[in-house]
Design a protein. Structure first.
Length: 265
């Protein structure tokens, strides 16, 4: 993977991580079109995901810092409940990570059929959440946090958008648009940081950079993903408030069909 390819893939990751169109699916399509493949791709994917999570910390820092301060008052206040709900939402994806990690990783770099199908599933979820009119709740409940966590765990499949799945699920459960969007972006921070840390201490990062992925390319991809992720995160928070997710459903349908057609061309 050269610097130009790393720039393009980092840009794709950053722009699509927070838009409900599946960053993993777009990375798979990008790797297919660019002809980049191999063990280096997994490390690159983890690294650029880490970069976009860091952009979330920057965008939502006032909200996150408020939660941290409230949590360490060691009282069962609203901030503490919110943080605990974040931990509840992490349970499903942690179980998937512990017990199904190898099976999930096997799906990456294994053709575009799964990506195409999952993008069509994403489109269906977004369309359904757009037309459904559930009764609006004031707060995200404990049960909702767990159900949204299940949606995040399912979104480890390439092509099934994490933000699209979690936001659509939250909307279908009757949560406010801006509330579920913020919850969706915050809930991914710890799992991605944890995955990146495990990748680092396991030595996979060093092994991959030593076997084909140049450190300069990795840095280019990470920087590009951070900057574009920052822009996309701020944009998505505004878009969710306007409720225009139906256009992303149309986009996912087109890209999903393209992913299914590309291997046949």
């Amino acid at each position: 993977m050269n610097g130009w390819e790393a720039f393009l893939l980092g840009l794709v990751q950053g722009l699509t991580e927070y838009l409900p169109v599946s960053s993993s699916g777009h990375l798979e399509i990008g790797n297919y079109l660019l002809g980049t493949s191999g063990e280096e791709n997994l490390t690159f994917t983890v690294a650029v995901h880490f970069a976009t999570v860091m952009s979330t910390l920057v965008v939502l820092w006032p909200e996150i810092w408020s939660l941290v301060k409230g949590f360490f008052k060691f009282k069962f206040n609203e901030e503490t409940q919110y943080v605990l709900k974040i931990f509840v939402s992490m349970i499903p994806v942690m179980l998937v990570g512990f017990f199904l990690k190898d099976q999930v990783e096997a799906l990456f770099g294994n053709g575009l059929i799964v990506v195409g199908i999952m993008l069509l599933v994403t489109a269906s979820l977004l369309a359904f959440s757009y037309f459904a009119k559930p009764r609006i709740k004031e707060k995200i409940s404990w049960k909702d946090a767990f159900i949204v966590g299940i949606a995040q765990a399912c979104a480890v499949l390439p092509g099934l958008s994490r933000s699209g799945s979690t936001i659509a699920t939250g909307l279908l459960l009757g949560n406010k648009k801006e509330s579920i969007a913020q919850f969706s972006f915050i809930m991914v921070i710890i799992p991605i940081l944890g995955e990146s840390f495990l990748e680092l201490i396991s030595g996979d990062l060093y092994a991959s950079t030593g076997s084909g992925l140049a450190l300069s390319s990795l840095l280019i991809g990470v920087t590009t993903a951070f900057v574009s992720g920052y822009i996309a995160c701020k944009w998505m928070l505004k878009l969710v408030k306007k409720g225009k997710l139906i256009w992303f459903a149309l986009y996912c349908t087109i890209i999903g069909l393209l992913a299914l057609i590309l291997p046949l061309v």
